[in-house]
Design a protein around this ligand. Structure first.
Ligand SMILES: [Zn+2]
Length: 172
Protein backbone atom coordinates (compact mmCIF):
# COMPACT_ATOMS: atom_id res chain seq x y z
CA UNK A 1 0.00 0.00 0.00
CA UNK A 2 2.81 2.37 0.63
CA UNK A 3 5.55 3.87 2.64
CA UNK A 4 5.49 6.69 5.14
CA UNK A 5 8.71 7.65 6.88
CA UNK A 6 9.86 4.63 8.79
CA UNK A 7 6.81 2.45 8.26
CA UNK A 8 5.70 0.09 5.55
CA UNK A 9 2.14 -1.19 5.25
CA UNK A 10 0.52 -3.79 3.09
CA UNK A 11 -2.67 -5.79 2.90
CA UNK A 12 -3.60 -9.10 1.40
CA UNK A 13 -6.72 -11.20 1.04
CA UNK A 14 -7.40 -13.95 3.52
CA UNK A 15 -6.65 -14.70 7.14
CA UNK A 16 -3.21 -15.93 8.08
CA UNK A 17 -2.93 -19.63 8.80
CA UNK A 18 -1.32 -20.62 12.07
CA UNK A 19 2.25 -21.78 12.12
CA UNK A 20 2.13 -25.57 12.02
CA UNK A 21 4.34 -27.63 14.28
CA UNK A 22 7.46 -28.96 12.60
CA UNK A 23 7.11 -32.54 11.41
CA UNK A 24 9.74 -35.20 11.77
CA UNK A 25 10.86 -37.94 9.48
CA UNK A 26 13.55 -40.50 9.85
CA UNK A 27 15.51 -41.86 6.96
CA UNK A 28 18.45 -44.19 7.37
CA UNK A 29 18.42 -43.60 11.11
CA UNK A 30 18.65 -39.80 10.73
CA UNK A 31 15.88 -37.63 12.15
CA UNK A 32 14.98 -34.68 9.96
CA UNK A 33 12.55 -31.88 10.72
CA UNK A 34 10.50 -30.13 8.06
CA UNK A 35 7.79 -27.48 7.82
CA UNK A 36 4.31 -28.78 6.95
CA UNK A 37 3.25 -28.00 3.35
CA UNK A 38 0.30 -25.87 4.47
CA UNK A 39 2.57 -23.64 6.54
CA UNK A 40 5.09 -23.36 3.70
CA UNK A 41 2.35 -22.30 1.28
CA UNK A 42 1.03 -19.69 3.72
CA UNK A 43 4.54 -18.33 4.27
CA UNK A 44 5.15 -18.07 0.52
CA UNK A 45 1.90 -16.15 0.14
CA UNK A 46 2.83 -13.62 2.87
CA UNK A 47 6.36 -13.26 1.46
CA UNK A 48 4.97 -12.31 -1.96
CA UNK A 49 3.01 -9.38 -0.55
CA UNK A 50 5.82 -8.38 1.79
CA UNK A 51 8.36 -8.27 -1.04
CA UNK A 52 6.00 -6.19 -3.13
CA UNK A 53 5.57 -3.66 -0.31
CA UNK A 54 9.28 -3.40 0.42
CA UNK A 55 9.90 -3.07 -3.31
CA UNK A 56 13.61 -3.81 -3.19
CA UNK A 57 14.17 -1.77 -0.05
CA UNK A 58 16.47 -3.46 2.47
CA UNK A 59 14.85 -5.02 5.54
CA UNK A 60 14.79 -2.86 8.69
CA UNK A 61 17.87 -3.66 10.75
CA UNK A 62 16.98 -2.18 14.15
CA UNK A 63 14.08 -2.62 16.55
CA UNK A 64 10.68 -2.80 14.85
CA UNK A 65 7.02 -2.62 15.76
CA UNK A 66 4.59 -4.99 14.03
CA UNK A 67 0.86 -4.27 13.83
CA UNK A 68 -1.56 -6.74 12.30
CA UNK A 69 -5.29 -6.36 11.82
CA UNK A 70 -7.38 -9.18 10.41
CA UNK A 71 -10.82 -8.18 9.17
CA UNK A 72 -12.91 -11.31 8.92
CA UNK A 73 -16.12 -11.65 6.91
CA UNK A 74 -19.06 -12.83 9.01
CA UNK A 75 -20.08 -16.38 8.05
CA UNK A 76 -23.24 -16.28 5.91
CA UNK A 77 -24.70 -19.15 7.87
CA UNK A 78 -24.93 -17.08 11.08
CA UNK A 79 -28.29 -15.90 12.35
CA UNK A 80 -29.14 -12.20 12.18
CA UNK A 81 -28.78 -11.83 15.95
CA UNK A 82 -25.38 -13.51 15.89
CA UNK A 83 -24.24 -11.36 12.97
CA UNK A 84 -25.28 -8.17 14.74
CA UNK A 85 -23.27 -9.05 17.82
CA UNK A 86 -20.21 -10.27 15.96
CA UNK A 87 -17.06 -8.30 16.67
CA UNK A 88 -14.06 -10.04 18.21
CA UNK A 89 -12.88 -13.13 16.41
CA UNK A 90 -12.21 -16.03 18.74
CA UNK A 91 -11.39 -19.05 16.62
CA UNK A 92 -8.58 -21.31 15.57
CA UNK A 93 -5.81 -20.77 14.72
CA UNK A 94 -4.70 -19.12 17.96
CA UNK A 95 -3.52 -15.56 17.48
CA UNK A 96 0.04 -16.40 18.64
CA UNK A 97 0.38 -19.02 15.91
CA UNK A 98 -0.72 -16.44 13.34
CA UNK A 99 1.85 -14.00 14.67
CA UNK A 100 4.58 -16.64 14.51
CA UNK A 101 3.79 -17.41 10.90
CA UNK A 102 3.91 -13.72 9.94
CA UNK A 103 7.11 -13.11 11.90
CA UNK A 104 8.89 -16.05 10.26
CA UNK A 105 7.57 -15.26 6.76
CA UNK A 106 8.95 -11.74 6.77
CA UNK A 107 12.49 -12.74 7.81
CA UNK A 108 14.89 -11.23 5.30
CA UNK A 109 12.11 -9.02 3.87
CA UNK A 110 10.80 -6.73 6.61
CA UNK A 111 13.50 -7.46 9.16
CA UNK A 112 16.77 -9.33 9.02
CA UNK A 113 15.54 -11.60 11.82
CA UNK A 114 12.25 -11.61 13.70
CA UNK A 115 14.13 -11.22 17.00
CA UNK A 116 14.11 -7.50 16.06
CA UNK A 117 10.38 -7.30 16.82
CA UNK A 118 10.11 -5.37 20.09
CA UNK A 119 6.49 -4.23 19.95
CA UNK A 120 3.43 -6.10 18.68
CA UNK A 121 -0.26 -5.38 18.16
CA UNK A 122 -2.48 -8.08 16.71
CA UNK A 123 -6.22 -7.61 16.37
CA UNK A 124 -8.85 -9.74 14.70
CA UNK A 125 -12.38 -8.53 14.25
CA UNK A 126 -15.45 -9.34 12.17
CA UNK A 127 -16.33 -6.78 9.56
CA UNK A 128 -20.06 -6.29 8.90
CA UNK A 129 -19.33 -5.13 5.34
CA UNK A 130 -16.50 -7.41 4.27
CA UNK A 131 -17.25 -10.13 1.76
CA UNK A 132 -13.75 -11.55 1.95
CA UNK A 133 -11.25 -11.76 4.80
CA UNK A 134 -8.41 -9.28 4.68
CA UNK A 135 -5.20 -8.92 6.65
CA UNK A 136 -3.43 -5.60 7.11
CA UNK A 137 0.18 -5.48 8.20
CA UNK A 138 2.13 -2.43 9.31
CA UNK A 139 5.85 -2.54 10.11
CA UNK A 140 7.47 0.46 11.72
CA UNK A 141 11.07 1.12 12.66
CA UNK A 142 11.38 2.02 16.34
CA UNK A 143 14.72 3.76 15.80
CA UNK A 144 13.29 7.26 15.96
CA UNK A 145 10.40 6.66 18.34
CA UNK A 146 10.53 8.78 21.51
CA UNK A 147 12.35 6.89 24.22
CA UNK A 148 12.41 6.96 27.98
CA UNK A 149 15.33 8.81 29.55
CA UNK A 150 18.20 6.48 30.52
CA UNK A 151 17.53 7.00 34.23
CA UNK A 152 13.77 6.62 33.90
CA UNK A 153 11.89 4.65 36.54
CA UNK A 154 8.30 3.47 36.88
CA UNK A 155 5.82 4.31 39.59
CA UNK A 156 3.10 1.75 39.87
CA UNK A 157 -0.14 2.87 41.46
CA UNK A 158 -2.57 -0.02 41.64
CA UNK A 159 -3.23 -0.81 37.96
CA UNK A 160 -1.93 2.45 36.53
CA UNK A 161 1.68 3.37 36.08
CA UNK A 162 3.70 6.37 35.05
CA UNK A 163 7.39 6.95 34.56
CA UNK A 164 9.70 9.57 35.98
CA UNK A 165 10.83 10.97 32.63
CA UNK A 166 7.24 11.80 31.68
CA UNK A 167 6.99 9.71 28.51
CA UNK A 168 4.44 7.41 30.09
CA UNK A 169 1.74 9.23 32.08
CA UNK A 170 -1.25 8.01 34.01
CA UNK A 171 -4.59 8.53 32.33
CA UNK A 172 -6.07 11.77 33.63
ZN1 LIG B 1 10.10 7.32 31.17
Amino acid sequence: MGECLDAICFAFPGKVAGKGRPRFSSRGGKIRTFTPAKTRAAETFVKTFGRQAFAGRAPFNGPVSLSVCMMVAIPKSWSRAKRENAYWVTAKPDIDNTLKLLADSLNGIAWVDDSQIADVHVTRVYSPTATIDRTMVSIESLRNRPRHAPNCDYHVDQYEFECTCGLRRKAA
